[in-house]
Each structure stands twice: as structure tokens, then as C-alpha cells.
Design a protein around this ligand. Structure first.
Ligand SMILES: CC(C)=CCC/C(C)=C/CC/C(C)=C/CC/C(C)=C/COP(=O)(O)OP(=O)(O)O
Ligand SMILES: O=P(O)(O)OC[C@@H](O)CO
Ligand SMILES: [Mg+2]
Length: 248
């Protein structure tokens, strides 16, 4: 069987089309380890009434099979594209619409630069899922993050903006279709406007921003600075009324 990977590029192309129309995209990140299946239906009715445009599913550590179970359930409850944001190969599911094919380019751990990706190929061969090559940059936020622990890598200094920009541009030159600047789940300080602006200025591909965004103001700040798609997880996990705040 020929190797993978899909000719449909719908999710990515729709992201680009939306950006070109000036739309602001918002992904709600659902962590399979933190979302009980009984709660999904109620949660998704709030998502439906919100400004969310995408569902991301993933976690830095997740029980095998939980992702697939959750995605199957989500599919009956939403029309939004469901995109896997994987911490590991065990999170791949044939039921998702797309997969962020991440490489952790801020780190120097070969497992997360190319090892997991090679491991994923034998699984991808069995599914027909759109893959979106994504350069993933972890930026320090003031406390150690789960991604740092799991990958045994150091985040980039938030003060060395030039190095962050150069890392993002190198990723684009390597052929990445998206850049994801990550402050980490529950970050004390989200990615700053200065960093977003400087990176956006030199990129021609979509820019994803996530980590530590817990207010409408912070969300708007990220868009104003140049974020194309913002990812929010923890704020929805910890504060059910955040959905209402977003709709104001
Ligand atoms: C391409 C494939 C199959 C795998 C990629 C593997 C790579 C490079 C992963 C990048 C590093 C990593 C562990 C990313 C995790 C991304 C993620 C889903 C973060 C969200 O989880 P958190 O919310 O940070 O952590 P908690 O689970 O602790 O809340
Ligand atoms: O959970 P939060 O802090 O919203 O972060 C979202 C995502 O970028 C984490 O990988
Ligand atoms: Mg989390």
C-alpha cells in the first residue's frame, strides 16, 4: 500500500481561506484525560453557542484509546472540524478530520523532532487522515510546563525574540504549513504581543497561539498582535462561564 497521506487538505485549506477573509479562528482544546464522556454533550452544546471554529483534541499525557473514544463521541455532537493535537502516537484516531503533524522545533530532543513522527507512519498508513505539518515552539512562561517535562526539552527564552523568529522562519523554510507558539497549558503568562507581532511579520503561513489565555481581553490581544488561530483549553476546563464571557 502506498504510504499515506491524504490528498484532501480541506481543514488546512479552509483555515487559509478563513484567514484570507479576515476571520479570527478559535480552537477549543479538549483533553481526553480531563473530559468525562458523560459531560461531553453538555460541554458541546456550549461550544455550539460560542465563537469557536475548531475543536482540538489532545494532551501531553493521555491514556491510549481515550482519544479515539472521545472523538467518536464528539463527531455526533458537532459540525466543527476535529483536529488532533497529539502529545504522542497513541493519540492518533481515524475518526478525526485532521492531525497537527507536530515537530518540537524549539527543543533538541530527536524523539520529538523526528522520532515520534517516524513511529506514527505505520499508524497513519491504516487511516485516511489529513496531516498538517506544524512547527511547534515552546516558549518559557514563568513556570515549568507539562510539555517541557514530557519532552525533556527547554523552552525558548521569551526575551530572545530574534531567536524565536528565526526558529519560526527556519520551520517555514523547511516546509511547515503552520507555526504554533505554545506558552504551555495553564501558563502564567501567555505568549506576549511583541513575540506574536515579530513572528507574524516574517511568516506567510498561519500562526497558532496557545497557552494561558483565560480572558476575552487576552484573546483579543492575541488576535490584534497577529494570531490567526488561538487555542484555549484550561479556561474552559476550570470556568464554565468562560463561554458566556467570550460571547460578549
Ligand atoms: C506527530 C505525532 C504523532 C506526534 C507528535 C509528538 C510531538 C512532537 C509532540 C510535541 C510535544 C508534546 C508533548 C505536545 C503536547 C501537546 C499538547 C496536546 C499539549 C496540551 O496538553 P497540556 O494541556 O499541555 O498538558 P496536560 O495534559 O498536562 O494538560
Ligand atoms: O490550556 P491552555 O492554557 O488554554 O493552553 C492551550 C494549549 O496551547 C496548551 O497546549
Ligand atoms: Mg491541559
Amino acid at each position: 500500500m502506498p504510504v499515506v497521506v491524504n490528498n484532501q487538505k480541506e481543514v488546512f485549506q479552509n483555515i487559509v481561506a478563513s484567514i484570507n477573509k479576515g476571520e479570527r479562528l478559535l480552537a477549543i482544546l479538549i483533553d481526553p484525560d480531563k473530559m468525562e464522556l458523560e459531560r461531553v454533550s453538555d460541554f458541546m452544546s456550549k461550544v455550539k453557542a460560542s465563537i469557536a471554529t475548531h475543536i482540538f483534541v489532545g494532551g501531553s499525557t493521555v491514556d491510549p484509546f481515550k482519544t479515539d473514544e472521545l472523538i467518536q463521541k464528539l463527531k455526533g455532537l458537532t459540525e466543527l472540524p476535529i483536529v488532533i493535537f497529539p502529545g504522542d502516537v497513541s493519540q492518533l484516531s481515524s475518526h478525526a478530520h485532521a492531525l497537527l503533524f507536530l515537530s518540537l522545533v524549539s527543543g533538541r530532543n530527536p524523539e520529538y523532532l523526528i522520532g515520534k513522527q517516524i513511529e506514527a507512519v505505520s499508524v497513519l498508513r491504516t487511516m485516511n487522515i489529513e496531516t498538517i505539518p506544524t512547527g511547534y515552539l515552546l516558549i518559557e512562561n514563568g513556570k515549568e510546563t507539562a510539555v517541557e517535562r514530557v519532552t525533556q526539552t527547554k523552552p525558548l527564552s521569551r526575551h530572545d525574540i530574534q531567536h524565536i523568529v528565526d526558529t519560526a522562519v527556519a520551520s517555514q523554510l523547511l516546509g511547515m504549513k503552520c507555526i504554533y507558539l505554545e506558552a504551555g497549558s495553564g501558563a502564567i503568562q501567555p505568549i506576549t504581543a511583541d513575540i506574536i507581532q515579530a513572528v507574524k511579520e516574517e511568516l506567510t503561513i498561519p500562526l497558532i497561539i496557545g497557552g494561558g489565555i483565560t480572558s476575552k481581553q487576552q484573546l483579543d490581544n492575541a488576535y490584534e498582535a497577529g494570531a490567526d488561530l488561538v487555542v484555549i483549553g484550561t479556561a474552559f476546563e476550570e470556568n464554565a462561564s468562560f463561554f458566556e464571557e467570550l460571547n460578549t
